[in-house]
Design a protein around this ligand. Structure first.
Ligand code: PLP
Length: 363
């Protein structure tokens, strides 16, 4: 390798070099049930109207830097308490990054739970701070003894709680979460990415706890392509986070599209209801297949363990049948031999169940 290049690479922090780049599987030609997307698109008449709005966008101009109209619409739709503030992110991933950057310092740590959403740890690595993942109990509930001990020991600046959790799809006990909020030495972020499917929330409880922040996203409710998330909480905290936000982080096409769809939120609400109903049907069908341990779900995906075969083989066989799901790739631990499937349309779910049965029974 030539010397200038070598010199450059030497400047990259070791923690960055060790990161495995976030892997997005190629889904071309496959039924895509790997990424918790809403399988439904907008009705044709709304698509036409959206197109007309987008064609009027002034893409030669910078967008509204703080997207104030969109923010107000989100405040109403998401029922953010009146005296609380909100800041928008390019997906909730960007909000996690802003939060981490706001606290990044030596001896600072972020805490969450394991197994959990991978971005918390990745972003802690990006900004160069310590990450502590507290192991969950066998049934994916919070292990409060371990959690209390870890909070005392590490004094985390931020505790992230995915509610429901990804990849286990369960909501933690509300009293346990309250206990964590009361005990935490810093911020507690309730990541409610799957709120449309869980229908339980800490949003209204923001008024009770000054150190509580609630994060939402429009991704899982049907607008993953727009990249838009929101963080709500005490205005003194949100004002500080907002200083880190890059100007114009929400582009004009996202602002226009999101405002338009939020004006027609009943369409997404109806889709979420369909997905919840399909989830129950899919759970029932999967539980009837022997050789699987199927975990309950309050989200738009289902985690399951393959008992008598290698999850990897089952995953590949399902893929051969034309359906892409998520391989958790764990040989040990709580996710041992687990796979995760997103709830799709009725016909997609049928195709998945057929492929699953074939993988379990025949191969
Ligand atoms: C999918 C997911 C997100 C990511 O949301 P974006 O708004 O698309 O960045 C955040 N948190 C959890 C727990 C998720 O599963």
């Amino acid at each position: 390798m030539n010397t200038p290049l070598k010199n450059c690479l030497q400047k990259i922090r070791p923690v960055i070099k060790e990161i495995q780049a976030y892997h997005v599987a190629d889904a071309s030609g496959l039924i895509k049930l790997d990424a918790m997307e809403n399988p439904y698109s907008l009705p044709a008449d709304l698509k036409v109207e959206l197109q007309a709005r987008i064609s009027m966008a002034e893409i030669n101009r910078y967008p509204d830097p703080s997207a104030s109209a969109l923010r107000e619409k989100l405040r109403q739709v998401m029922r953010v308490p009146e005296d609380k503030a909100l800041v928008l992110g390019n997906g909730s991933d960007e909000l996690i990054q802003m939060l981490a950057m706001a606290v990044a310092d030596k001896d600072v740590c972020l805490m969450s739970f394991d197994p959990g959403f991978v971005m918390y740890k990745m972003i802690a690595d990006f900004v160069g701070i310590k990450y502590v993942g507290v192991p969950l109990s066998e049934n994916f509930s919070l292990d409060m003894e371990r959690t209390c001990q870890a909070i005392k020991q590490y004094q985390p600046a931020i505790i992230f709680i995915a509610y429901p959790n990804n990849p286990s799809a369960n909501c933690y006990n509300e009293k346990d979460i309250e206990e964590i909020i009361l005990m935490a030495p810093g911020m507690v972020v309730l990541d409610e990415a799957y709120h449309p499917f869980a229908q339980t929330s800490f949003m209204s409880r923001l008024t009770e706890f000054d150190n509580l922040l609630v994060m939402r996203t429009v991704s899982k409710m049907g607008l993953a392509g727009l990249r838009l998330g929101l963080l709500c909480g005490h205005s003194d905290i949100i004002n500080e986070i907002d200083k880190i936000r890059l100007p114009y982080n929400i582009n004009v096409l996202t602002q226009i599209s999101a405002e338009f769809v939020l004006d027609n939120i009943d369409v997404l609400d109806t889709q979420a209801k369909l997905i919840r109903e399909e989830r129950e049907l899919l759970l029932e069908k999967m539980k009837a297949i022997s050789g699987l341990q199927v975990f309950s779900s309050q989200a738009n995906f289902i985690l399951f363990r393959v008992l008598d075969k290698k999850a990897n083989d089952v995953f590949e066989s399902i893929k051969q049948s034309g359906v892409l799901i998520k391989n958790m790739r764990a040989d040990v631990g709580l996710l041992k031999n687990c796979l995760r499937v997103t709830v799709g349309t009725p016909s997609e779910n049928l195709a998945f169940v057929d492929a699953l049965v074939k993988a379990i029974v025949n191969d």
